[in-house]
Design a protein around this ligand. Structure first.
Ligand code: 2P0
Length: 381
C-alpha cells in the first residue's frame, strides 16, 4: 500500500457504528493480532486480485468536493497482469477493538490504516443496508500479501483494493455484482476499479456526480490477444511522490492539464479499436503517446512531478530501438521508475535480454495477461 492522501470516506460512509480513533487503540492492535478466537470467526474470506497497467492513463480527479467518491478526470484502459498478485484475507470479529491491517508482515498505521478502514466502512454500511447487523458492528483483521515490490509504481494499490473489496464483501456476505465491486474498489484507489476484471479493461470517466457510471468493464478477454509484458525494475523502493499527490499537484499547477483531459477520449477510442483489430502498431503508437503525455503533463507542474531515473529513460530508448528493428514491443510507465515493455510473445526473449543488459535494471518480471479478481475461500453463515 503506498503513502497516499487519505480521503474522508471513513467519516462519510454512512456507517452508524461508533469507531474508536486509531490513537485510542494501538495496544489492542498488537494484542489482538494473533487472537486465536479469530480462527473460528464465521465471517472470513480470502481473495486474490491481479495488478493492472494502463495503456491509456488515468491521471487526475474530477468533482473534488466529493473526494470520497474518487472520481477520475479521464477514462483509462488497462491490461490485467497474470504474474502480479495481491492475496488478502479479511476476518470480521466482535472481539476486535479496531481494524487491523498487515501488508507483507507490516502493520499499517495512521493514514494507510485509515484508508483501508474507509473501504471497510463502506462494506459495513452495505452490510447494515442488507440487514447484516452482525457484521456492521464488527471490526476487521486484514492480512495482505503482494508477490511484487509494493508502492514502487507497480500498481500495488490497484490489486490491493480490488482484493480487499472482493474478500471483505465475501466475508461479510454482502451480495454485489462486479460493477458494484468495481465502484467500491475505485473509491479506495482509481486504478483498483480495473483490477476487478481480467484481460483488457475500460474504466470510463463517467459524467454523473455520484460516480455510478465511473465503473470499469471488460473489453476483451485474455484469449482475444495474449500479449506479454516484461517489467524492468530500476528501483524497488517506495516512490517519492504518491500517485494521488502527484495528480493533485498536476491538476493544481500544470498548464497542460486541461488539454490532457480534453484529448483523452480520442486516445481511448484509438486504443479500443487497435485492441479489437489486434493492430499492434496502432496500439504501440497510442500507448506510448498516452504514457509520455501523462508524464509531460506531470513534468509541467510546479514543481514538476518526475518519476523517471536514468535507467527508466535508457529502457524506453532501448524499446524504441527494438521496435525500429522490427520487434513488436512498446513501453509504458506509471507513477514510478519501472518500465513495462508490452510485446507479442515472439519478441519476449529479445526484449528481456535487451532490458536485462541495461545498467540500473535490477530485476525483470515477466507476465502474461491475467483474469478477474476472485474469492479463494469464504465462510459466513
Ligand atoms: C493508471 N496511475 O492509469 C495511472 C497511470 C499511475 C499512472 O492509476 O489516487 O493509485 O488512489 O486513485 O489509482 C495510479 O493511481 O490513484 C494510477 P488514486 P491510483 O494506472
Amino acid at each position: 500500500m503506498n503513502n497516499k492522501t487519505i480521503n474522508s470516506a471513513a467519516q462519510q460512509s454512512g456507517s452508524q457504528r461508533k469507531r474508536p480513533t486509531q490513537q485510542q487503540a494501538p495496544a489492542a492492535l498488537h494484542s489482538d493480532h494473533n487472537d486465536k478466537r479469530l480462527a473460528g470467526s464465521r465471517f472470513q474470506a480470502q481473495a486474490m486480485a491481479h495488478a493492472n497497467i494502463a495503456l491509456i492513463k488515468y491521471w487526475g480527479k474530477r468533482n473534488l468536493h466529493t473526494p470520497q467518491l474518487n472520481l477520475p478526470a479521464v477514462g483509462s484502459l488497462s491490461i490485467t497482469l497474470d504474474a502480479l498478485t495481491t492475496t488478502t484475507s479479511v476476518c470480521f470479529s466482535e472481539h476486535l477493538q479496531t481494524d487491523q491491517v498487515r501488508v507483507n508482515e507490516r502493520d499499517l498505521q495512521a493514514r494507510e490504516l485509515q484508508r483501508i478502514s474507509a473501504s471497510l466502512d463502506l462494506i459495513r454500511a452495505l452490510a447494515a443496508a442488507q440487514h447484516r447487523t452482525d457484521i456492521s458492528n464488527c471490526f476487521a483483521q486484514v492480512e495482505s500479501h503482494n508477490n511484487f515490490p509494493t508502492a514502487a509504481g507497480l500498481a500495488s494499490s490497484a490489486s490491493a483494493f480490488a482484493a480487499l473489496v472482493k474478500a471483505a464483501t465475501a466475508a461479510a456476505g454482502v451480495q454485489l455484482d462486479d460493477a458494484a465491486l468495481s465502484r467500491l474498489a475505485r473509491m479506495g484507489s482509481g486504478s483498483a476499479a480495473r483490477s476487478i476484471f481480467g484481460g483488457f479493461v475500460l474504466l470510463p470517466r463517467g459524467q454523473r456526480d455520484d460516480g455510478e457510471d465511473a465503473v470499469a468493464r471488460p473489453l476483451q478477454s485474455v484469449a482475444h490477444w495474449p500479449l506479454r509484458v516484461v517489467i524492468a525494475i530500476t528501483n524497488s523502493g517506495y516512490k517519492s511522490v504518491s500517485s494521488t499527490d502527484g495528480m493533485h499537484q498536476t491538476m493544481q499547477t500544470s498548464a497542460y492539464f486541461r488539454s490532457w483531459v480534453e484529448a483523452q477520449n480520442a486516445d481511448l477510442q484509438q486504443a479500443e479499436a487497435a485492441i479489437e483489430q489486434r493492430d499492434f502498431a496502432q496500439l504501440a503508437e497510442v500507448s506510448e503517446y498516452s504514457c509520455l503525455k501523462m508524464h509531460a503533463t506531470a513534468l509541467a507542474a510546479r514543481p514538476g512531478v518526475m518519476y523517471w531515473n536514468p535507467a527508466s529513460i535508457a529502457c524506453m530508448h532501448a524499446i524504441r530501438e527494438l521496435r525500429a528493428q522490427g520487434h513488436a514491443v512498446f513501453f509504458t510507465n506509471d507513477a514510478g521508475p519501472q518500465i513495462k515493455a508490452v510485446c507479442l510473445p515472439e519478441a519476449e526473449a529479445i526484449v528481456s535480454a535487451s532490458l536485462a543488459a541495461i545498467p540500473g535494471v535490477q530485476q525483470l518480471l515477466c507476465s502474461g495477461l491475467g483474469g478477474a479478481a476472485r474469492v479463494l475461500d469464504s465462510q459466513h453463515p
